[in-house]
Design a protein around this ligand. Structure first.
Ligand code: PEP
Ligand code: MN
Length: 262
């Protein structure tokens, strides 16, 4: 899209918040929305750290059908009420076509997960809505395939897109995925869309999340999406890669410093 979209996309959210290549964007929250206490604690943490966008899944794509699969719409409505009161925007994963409309009133950004990057029916449907969409790179997807997935939504009429590098599956098994730092400058060069890095899924191990988040920023990422939890040991999904609040506060500080250095 660089050939004809010379200026960076400016993605407008409620209350004047914008996501673009022109400033640093932070999205943080638990892997799954679990209960009211957890949502209250996370919102308080985000507000205290001036983070405007909260992530969290209510429909969870789990490798095993016996794992926790999310609170669904009831959880989203509870979360929305609390987020709205606090001025926090919501990004959450949409897994199928019927959920696009169902979720519409309660979300600010649709997240297309790595397992659905090439769910072309879903992408077509998201092309018809007037809310931003963040597309994650497929589990074994190429950079080009991610760009084509974005083209699906774009050509359907929705130009408010964010690209996300979240690691790919490689032969390496000491980490959950292999975060492809290479993808970041390539995506920035090829596209006018904001590029966000997900170090949590990219490496999958809490103590390494900070290093790869900062590396992603130095590589050119316009934002970072990461997982945190009030009590990661008790999280219902991805606790092993979720930051404690203290770690999250420290990371936010370092990310801002790193972005300034770039
Ligand atoms: C998530 O964001 O919790 C998630 C399931 O991510 P991904 O689609 O990248 O695996
Ligand atoms: Mn997760």
């Amino acid at each position: 899209s660089r050939k004809w979209k010379v200026n960076p996309a400016e993605i407008q959210l409620r209350d004047g918040d914008v996501i673009s290549q022109n400033h640093f964007n932070v999205m943080a929250g638990p892997c799954s929305i679990e209960n009211e206490e957890q949502v209250d604690a996370v919102i308080a943490h985000l507000v205290a750290n001036n983070v405007k966008i909260m992530r969290g899944g209510v429909y969870k794509p789990r490798s095993s059908p016996y794992s926790f699969r999310g609170l669904g719409m009831e959880g989203l409505k509870m979360w929305y009420q609390k987020a709205k009161d606090a001025g926090i925007k919501i990004i959450t994963e949409v897994m199928q076509v019927s959920q696009v409309e169902e979720m519409y009133d309660y979300i600010d950004i649709y997240q297309v997960g790595a397992r659905n990057t090439q769910n072309f029916n879903l992408l077509d449907e998201l092309g018809k809505v007037d809310k931003p969409v963040m597309i994650k790179r497929g589990v074994s997807g190429t950079i080009e395939e991610l760009l084509y997935s974005a083209e699906y939504v774009f050509s359907g009429g929705n130009e408010d897109l964010i690209l996300c590098e979240r690691g790919i599956r490689t032969f390496e098994n000491m980490t959950r995925n292999t975060l492809d730092i290479n993808a970041i400058p390539v995506l920035k060069d090829r596209s006018h869309l904001p590029v966000v890095v997900d170090p949590s899924h990219g490496i999958g191990i809490r103590k390494y999340v900070e290093s790869v988040a900062l590396a992603g920023i130095m590589a050119g990422a316009d934002g970072v999406i990461y997982e945190l939890h009030p009590d990661p040991e008790k999280a219902m999904s991805d606790g092993q890669q979720s930051l404690y609040f203290e770690e999250s506060s420290a990371l936010i500080h370092k990310m801002k410093q790193t972005y300034e250095l770039r």
